[in-house]
Design a binder for this molecule. Structure first.
Ligand SMILES: NC(=O)CCC(=O)C(=O)O
Length: 262
C-alpha cells in the first residue's frame, strides 16, 4: 500500500483559493499512491485564529468539493486533512474529511482535543466527541488531529476498535518539534500500528511550523521523515506488518485492565 503525505507550505500571503488549487494539483500528481494525506487546517493555517470565522465553510463547501474532485481524478483514498467547518447551528469545528477513490465522502472527524487552553482553537471551536475509523481495502485507518496526539487513550480506543494505521494531520509548531517526533513514534510503538503524521511548513498566526512529517512502522522504525519545508513523502507500507508485529511481540494482548485506583 503506497501512502503519500503532502506537507504543504501554508502562508497567509497565498490566497486560500490558490492553495486549494495547489493542493488539488499535488494530489493529482500522486495518482500512483493508494492513500494521500494532507495536514491540519491547510486552507487557513492552524494558528491563523483571526481568519477562522471568515474562512469557515459548510461541510460540503469549496474544500469538500475540491478534495472530492481531486480524489476522483487521482483515483486515490484521500485523507484531505482538516478545514474550518461551520455547522448548521453556527458552531465551528476542526473537521477532517476522508474521500474514497470515486470521490465519495467516506468519513469525517471533528477534532476532539482542541488546542490553546483558554484561547485560540479551544475557545473558537466546538469539540468533536466521536472517534472515527475508516476501513480501506488493505488497512483500517484511525483518525486523530494534531493536539490529539498527546492523548494516548484516544489511540488505544481506536486500536481496540480495529485501527491499524493511525493518521494524524497536524499544524505543529517548530518550538515543540521534539514532542511531535517523540509522540508519533510512541503512538506507533505502544499501539503496534503504522503512524502517518502529516504537518505543515511555513509560518501562520506568527507560529513557525515544524514540518518534519513522519511515517513510522508498527515497530517504531521511522520509514520517512520530511524536512522543514514543503515536501511530499511517499512510502510503501506492508499492511501485514501490523498483525505480524502484534503476534510476534504480543504486548497489546498483555494489558492488565480494570486495576483498582491506588
Ligand atoms: N494545532 C494543534 O493542535 C497544535 C498542538 C500543539 O501545538 C501541541 O500539542 O504542542
Amino acid at each position: 500500500m503506497r501512502a503519500s503525505l503532502i506537507q504543504m507550505h501554508v502562508d497567509p500571503a497565498e490566497p486560500v483559493n490558490s492553495r486549494r488549487e495547489r493542493a488539488g494539483s499535488l494530489i493529482r500528481e500522486r495518482a500512483s499512491s493508494d492513500l494521500v494525506v494532507l495536514p491540519e487546517l491547510w486552507p487557513v493555517g492552524a494558528f491563523a485564529f483571526e481568519t477562522f470565522a471568515d474562512q469557515a465553510e459548510p461541510c460540503e463547501g469549496p474544500t469538500h468539493q475540491a478534495m472530492s474532485q481531486a480524489a476522483r481524478d487521482a483515483g486515490v483514498w484521500l485523507h484531505a486533512g482538516s478545514f474550518v467547518e461551520r455547522a448548521p447551528d453556527g458552531t465551528l469545528y476542526n473537521t477532517s474529511l476522508v474521500f474514497s477513490p470515486d470521490g465519495a465522502l467516506a468519513a469525517s472527524y471533528r477534532k476532539i482535543h482542541r488546542f490553546g487552553f483558554d484561547k485560540g482553537e479551544a475557545v473558537l471551536m466546538g469539540a468533536g466527541d466521536t472517534p472515527v475509523m475508516v476501513p480501506l481495502p488493505d488497512t483500517t485507518l484511525g483518525l486523530a488531529t494534531c493536539y490529539d496526539l498527546r492523548f494516548p487513550e484516544l489511540f488505544r480506543q481506536l486500536v481496540d476498535a480495529g485501527a491499524q494505521t493511525l493518521v494524524i494531520p497536524a499544524g505543529w509548531p517548530a518550538r515543540r518539534r521534539a514532542h511531535w517526533s517523540l509522540l508519533a513514534r510512541a503512538r506507533a510503538v505502544e499501539n503496534q500500528s503504522y503512524v502517518l503524521a502529516c504537518g505543515t511548513a511555513g509560518t501562520n498566526g506568527g507560529v513557525e511550523q515544524a514540518g518534519h512529517s513522519v511515517v513510522v512502522d508498527p515497530w517504531g522504525e521511522v520509514l520517512a521523515e520530511a524536512g522543514p519545508y514543503e515536501e511530499v513523502l511517499t512510502v510503501d507500507l506492508d499492511p501485514a506488518k501490523v498483525a505480524k508485529t502484534r503476534a510476534d511481540f504480543p504486548a497489546l494482548r498483555d494489558r492488565v485492565l480494570g486495576l483498582d485506583t491506588p
